[in-house]
Write a protein that binds this ligand. Structure first.
Ligand SMILES: [Zn+2]
Length: 290
């Protein structure tokens, strides 16, 4: 079976870099049948930003790349902005802990303003390092995450969370942490999710699943909200380190073409879940449908 008519094909989390494949990667995504990309910002230089001005330039780079993708391919690209939580570790060495926390908070405020101005659609990635760090750093990251949640609450936008893998208890804790800051769990996305939740509860947290074949088959019948992503890194120094940007449309086609497949389930990650979490549906114009 072909993909359902009018279905958007959405990679919910990738990175593009001006020094990587950039727009060419988006062309590969398009050629494979992709229509919409959520482009998360990243640190584009060799060093972490040391001032809010440097974060502003970083966000401008993401915005410019997303715009070029839209102008030069027919893929719609949305920016997702925040200071990367792992930046805190290097920033602490350069600036000291208090100044590093303050910098992250100011960068979050800046990202929040851009989202209010509709220059970006979500706050992300925010959260905590996914590996062991000294207690002081972990505590500081938790304070910064709390600030991120407060910005999301004030702006009314989704938050895309970077963290270690979360099991049922971890998702429950995250939902409680969000709720205590006034953010509904349905506005919180655990990015780089790898294990289907199965019969356990997600506590209302949306999952953005890595589009590996086994994972996609394991989650296809989960109720919304969940997404598919590659977390494509666009780093020429690490080819093949992550899934290629063409992966989500390829998986979508495999699901549609499998005997006894359930192509209609693809509306869940590509449309229904976006409406649930973001409040709007990505549109596919008549001539642009794959
Ligand atoms: Zn990422």
């Amino acid at each position: 079976m072909p993909l359902p008519r009018g279905l958007p094909v959405v990679d919910h989390h990738c990175h593009l870099s001006p020094s990587g494949d950039g727009v060419r990667a988006a062309e590969r995504f398009r050629a494979a049948g992709g229509t919409h990309l959520f482009v998360a910002t990243q640190n584009y230089g060799p060093n972490v930003p040391r001032s809010v001005e440097e974060y502003r330039r970083q966000f401008e780079t993401t915005e410019a790349l997303a715009k070029r993708v839209g102008d030069e391919t027919s893929v719609v690209a949305y920016s997702v902005l925040a200071p990367y939580p792992v930046d805190l570790i290097a920033a602490e060495r350069l600036l000291g802990l208090e100044a590093a926390v303050e910098l992250q908070e100011q960068a979050l405020d800046l990202a929040g303003r851009w989202i209010r101005e509709r220059r970006a659609v979500a706050l992300g990635e925010v959260g905590r390092p996914h590996f062991e760090v000294p207690e002081a750093i972990r505590g500081a990251a938790t304070r910064v995450f709390r600030h991120a949640l407060e910005v999301a609450r004030d702006v009314g936008c989704p938050v895309v969370v970077h963290s270690a893998d979360l099991d049922e208890a971890g998702l429950r804790e995250l939902a409680a942490e969000a709720a205590s800051a006034g953010v509904a769990p349905a506005k919180v996305v655990k990015h780089y999710a790898r294990a289907p939740i199965g019969p356990s509860s997600s506590s209302g947290i949306a999952r953005s699943y890595l589009a590996r074949r086994e994972t996609v088959h394991g989650v296809l019948h989960e109720p919304a909200p969940w997404f598919l992503e590659t977390d494509y890194l666009d780093d020429p120094a690490r080819p093949g380190a992550v899934l290629d940007l063409a992966t989500v449309p390829r998986r979508a086609k495999q699901i549609a073409e499998a005997p006894g497949g359930s192509p209609d389930r693809l509306w869940v990650p590509f449309s229904e879940s976006i409406e649930k979490v973001y409040g709007w549906r990505p549109e596919v114009d008549a001539g642009g449908a794959p």
